[in-house]
Design a protein around this ligand. Structure first.
Ligand SMILES: Cc1ncc(COP(=O)(O)O)c(C=O)c1O
Length: 334
């Protein structure tokens, strides 16, 4: 058989495997794809701009983490879990989405957050409390994983069945949720030349890249880093792609190494969660032209990256550039 035919049939088998991965449905899909015509005009023209509204995911205030948790929570339920434990920063979107998923699925949720316990919780921290999660605070980022392990062993000793979900639910299984999401572009017959999105723990980028490969889309996926240097991010995404291939039963090279992993770490500024002039401009522009909200840690920096690349001439006027809005808007109220 010609090798392109072999590739096609193994891609089709992998797509079937992707669709067959068990998941719990927390939200309704597809999320909308909208034109950003007023933003484009405010930028003086350039490529066609679209937004994929994962900020509008209809569960737990939305965001990319819901797509990952639908698969990760299904696995936890299959494993007989009664408690979800996860971790993040004090305003973690992932922690809030996990708390929401646990509430909906009748599970207990324990969150290990770094920072100090706020006297009056706001934004995501407020929602963590409303969704009924138990919050533990540790001082530093590096204290989080050991604290999760310690809590898990304590709960196990009490006869409970906890499952630890790694940072950002960025496991190969979680990332498959984003690979599935790319199918929504195929159904909508909207195939952009570029997807631009915020990247941090890597699952979203790995999922979108894998989704484009599996669905046969030529779309280039550009991750704008919230904190991690590009080379490190590329390594994280490549490792996740390998793990995803294993899960789908295809050769690792079909996902890992098949496409260049493009990460721009030039928008971080003074660090994780610290706004820049560009991220402030991006959030103001998007709010005033499109009435859409972004957060300063992830999505405002990603949009600032998109704007910088429009202004820098990276895209052709004939290109369609999709801003994959990964959520985070709850942090506006922090
Ligand atoms: C709003 C938002 N966008 C993007 C990201 C990055 O996604 P990922 O961790 O999958 O790289 C995160 C979480 O880290 C997030 O909360």
């Amino acid at each position: 058989m010609a090798s392109s035919q072999t590739d096609l049939s193994s891609r089709e088998r992998a797509l079937d495997a992707l669709r067959a991965v068990p998941s719990v449905q927390l939200a309704h899909y597809p999320t909308p794809i909208e034109e950003l015509a007023r933003l484009r005009a405010a930028l003086g023209g350039g490529p066609r701009l679209l937004v994929k509204r994962d900020d509008a995911i209809s569960f737990g205030c939305g965001g990319n983490k819901v797509r990952k948790l639908e698969l990760v929570a299904a696995q936890a339920l299959a494993d007989g879990a009664d408690t979800l434990i996860t971790t993040g920063g004090g305003q973690s979107n992932h922690a809030r989405a996990t708390a929401a998923a646990a509430a909906k699925l009748g599970l207990k949720c324990v969150l290990v957050l770094n920072g100090t316990r706020p006297a009056t919780p706001t934004g995501n921290a407020l929602l963590d409390v409303l969704f009924g999660a138990e919050l533990h605070y540790v001082e530093r980022r590096e204290d989080r994983a050991p604290a999760m392990r310690e809590i898990a062993s304590r709960l196990q000793a009490q006869g409970r069945r906890p499952v630890e979900i790694p940072l950002g639910a960025s496991t190969p299984l979680g990332a498959l949720g984003l690979a599935r999401a790319v199918g929504e572009l195929v159904t909508a017959r909207t195939v952009p030349e570029f997807i631009v999105h915020a990247t941090s723990s890597g699952g979203t980028q790995a999922g979108l890249v894998a989704g484009c490969i599996l669905h046969g889309l030529p779309t280039r996926v550009l991750g704008i880093s919230a904190d991690t240097p590009s080379a490190e991010m590329q390594g994280i995404v490549t490792a996740l792609l390998g793990g995803m291939a294993d899960r789908l039963g295809i050769d690792r090279e079909q996902l890992a190494g098949a496409r260049e992993i493009e990460v721009d770490d030039g928008l971080v500024g003074d660090g994780y969660g610290i706004p820049t002039a560009g991220s402030r401009e991006a959030s103001d522009l998007l709010a005033r032209t499109e009435a859409l909200l972004v957060d300063q840690t992830y999505t405002a920096k990603a949009l600032a990256g998109l704007i910088a690349h429009v202004r820098g001439g990276r895209f052709k006027d004939s290109d369609t550039v999709m801003f994959w809005h990964t959520g985070g808007q709850v942090a506006v109220f922090a």
